[in-house]
Design a protein around this ligand. Structure first.
Ligand SMILES: [Zn+2]
Length: 394
């Protein structure tokens, strides 16, 4: 890529980002090679790398091989330098934290609990203190994965399970820490995590988590899709049957009422009335169905077929509206051969043909770690692309 050398802040930020990502992707690289690959002058590269050395973002990695002249000094991301932080506030009040260095290596993890909304900021700060080994100045950027509907400035507008409303989170934390702090809905960040884990050609992704409830996140052109006041991506409440069972949202026949763990239990009881020889509950029904599928139990396979067909209908609706390149499913049901084959076959049969390209329906790569790893990926991008570098004058 040929870059401009004009002396203004946005071009400088752009150049910094490109150089940092090049150092990151190459592992170790000399200033001369950076200059050659970016088209920037040697003096510009020296100025920018000097800034990053002073900031503790990169460090010298030794002497490289000569290409005719003096042997060059190699640069690399400073593994023991700045840290990226992620905190997941779950909807039962438990917190999980993780820090990584800028080269993507895990530094620390930790847990905490919050009982009252007014404690949240101090609990997050204590957890960040723990997972930076007491040195919060090493933090370069933090992302918060929060429950419920999240405002544009990173507050909780409504988290039903916790009973929290209109709670500012990112803004007060940013004021305390003095670094970029982003907050997003946790399932949205899980979607971001699944996209980041696949890197390469995934830019438009829909993530569905099917469990006690249906959670979903949408990525459009590498960006989290929020919609009006963070209300987008409620795929679980897409109505599939207006005369279906009542949903907790007040409507009838939502996708969630057809595929959740509780729905699976209901379907199983409808299929085998009077059979109460097994102690099933929402917590183990998906696992039971998956095991029985393996054993060839036709009742379990009928229930799995029902759930897979409803899931395929929801996916086809999403495909036809959003046209994602990838749909990721996170669920214990993905282990079931019947569920997965009915799901993929029915989706392929029902989806409208696309003019170009092909979508993929894939099981989750990250499982339950998708939220926290997605938050790390989001905070890392925030660091590279936005404030962390650009707010400091050169
Ligand atoms: Zn609903």
């Amino acid at each position: 890529m040929r870059l401009l050398t004009a002396n203004n802040a946005s071009v400088r930020d752009q150049n910094l980002k490109v150089i940092l990502n090049l150092i990151r992707s190459q592992g170790e690289i000399s200033r001369a090679e950076l200059s050659r690959q970016t088209g920037l002058s040697r003096s510009t590269v020296s100025e920018l790398t000097g800034f990053m050395l002073r900031q503790g973002i990169i460090e010298e990695a030794g002497i490289g091989d000569s290409r005719g002249g003096r042997r060059p000094i190699l640069l690399k991301i400073r593994a023991k330098g700045r840290l990226i932080g992620a905190i997941h506030v779950d909807d039962d009040g438990s917190l999980h934290g993780r820090t990584e260095d800028l080269a993507g290596n895990k530094f620390q993890t930790g847990i905490a609990e919050v009982h009252e909304p007014q404690e949240l900021i101090s609990v997050i700060c204590r957890l960040l203190h723990d997972i930076t080994d007491g040195d919060m100045h090493r933090l370069a950027s933090v992302a918060l994965a929060l429950p419920g509907i999240i405002s544009a400035d990173g507050g909780i507008l409504s988290a039903v399970n916790l009973g929290w409303n209109n709670l500012p989170v990112a803004v007060p934390l940013k004021q305390k820490l003095g670094i970029p702090v982003k907050a997003e809905n946790a399932t949205g960040l899980a979607a971001y995590g699944e996209m980041s884990a696949r890197e390469s050609d995934v830019h438009n992704l829909v993530y569905l988590r099917i469990g006690t409830v249906v959670g979903s996140g949408v990525i459009t052109n590498n960006q989290l899709h929020h919609g009006l006041r963070g209300s987008a991506a409620e795929v679980g409440h897409m109505v599939l049957d207006t005369s279906g069972k009542y949903c907790k949202c007040g409507r009838r026949g939502c996708f969630e009422t057809k595929v959740s763990r509780r729905a699976a239990l209901g379907l199983l009881r409808e299929q085998s009335p009077g059979d109460d020889s097994f102690s099933l509950n929402p917590g183990n029904v998906f696992e039971y169905l998956t095991e029985e599928d393996e054993l060839g139990n036709s009742v379990a396979q009928n229930v799995l077929t029902d759930i897979a067909t409803s899931t395929a209908t929801a996916i086809v609706n999403v495909l036809n509206i959003l046209g994602p390149d990838t749909v990721v499913i996170e669920s214990a049901l993905c282990e079931s051969k019947t569920f997965w084959s009915v799901l993929t076959r029915t989706t392929a049969q029902e989806a409208l043909p696309f003019a170009e390209g092909k979508y993929e329906v894939l099981p989750s790569l990250l499982g339950k770690d998708a939220v926290i790893l997605g938050a790390i990926a989001y905070a890392t991008r925030s660091f590279y692309e936005h404030n962390a570098i650009s707010t400091v004058g050169l």
